[in-house]
Design a protein around this ligand. Sequence first.
Ligand SMILES: [Zn+2]
Length: 338
Amino acid sequence: MSNALFRPEWPIIGHEWAVRHITRSLNAERLRHAYLISGVPRIGKTTFARAFAQAVNCLSDVARPCGLCRACQMTAQGTYADFSLIEAQENALRIEQIRELTRAVALRPVEGRYRVLILRRFHEASPQAMDALLKTLEEPPPHVLLLLTADTTESLLATIKSRCQLLNLRPLPVVTVRDALIDQHKVEPERAALIAQLSSGRMGWALDVLKDDSLLKQRAEWLDLLERALGESRTLRFERARHLSENRAALPTLLALWQSYWRDALLLAHHTAAASITNRDRRHALEQIARSVKAEEIYQTLLAVRRTLRYLQANVNTRLALDALMLELPRLRLLAAP
Ligand SMILES: [Zn+2]
């Protein structure tokens, strides 16, 4: 029997239960040949799969994955001979990619214990590609470890799911994301708290924002627009609706943001602690709304935003839907933050 060589200290944040599960299987030498790692986008599925790949081929005699040996480092860089990451191209994992994979798995590993293949975004695989993979899953060569990642498992063939060990990754607690941003990425605490809250527990999303803050800039613009519209005339509000309707693709994200804003206002109107609101950087404006507008009216506004989202999904005329929403926003002039 093994002496617990594999350790649960993986180079990832959170998902401890999944790491413990894999670590136990590795230590008991009961590793499966295929794992299906699912969870919402940017939650850390590929990061998890890569750490898994490091663990199985790590050269340390003490604790795997060590993060330092040739196998760990080259796997992290994507240059290890026994590691491949296969990704859907143009939103589809194609049958040729699976055939290439099938040829690759037939070969013995070059230097590692396993030939590890990550198939990313497997929910976008074509039915033919899934079929082609089935054969490999039915008779997997002993030295192969297949790691499939998928945002959702609904579209996957039942025969694929039944041949994989399922690992459904869940969003991390917001404080876990916040602490990781502060401790490992040196983000200033207030900014870390905001990004963590907005990430809804998706570490990958939080790291995306650190690299490219255009997401946060866009968010600020959309919230500024909403807050200004509250103090504006009908004519100006319709002008804004016209302008917004020109960018239809952005509207689901914008409306989801506005929905979270009115949810925050409603929480404050019901005297919920300000620490639990999502848009914490807008606390000053939200508190004014909670003080000046009746809770019932805030609730109606929240419903109006939700309704608009549904209308857009149902292909209702965008301009009309936004005009109607603009009319339902309460009227008040917000004072600038002190
Ligand atoms: Zn190592």
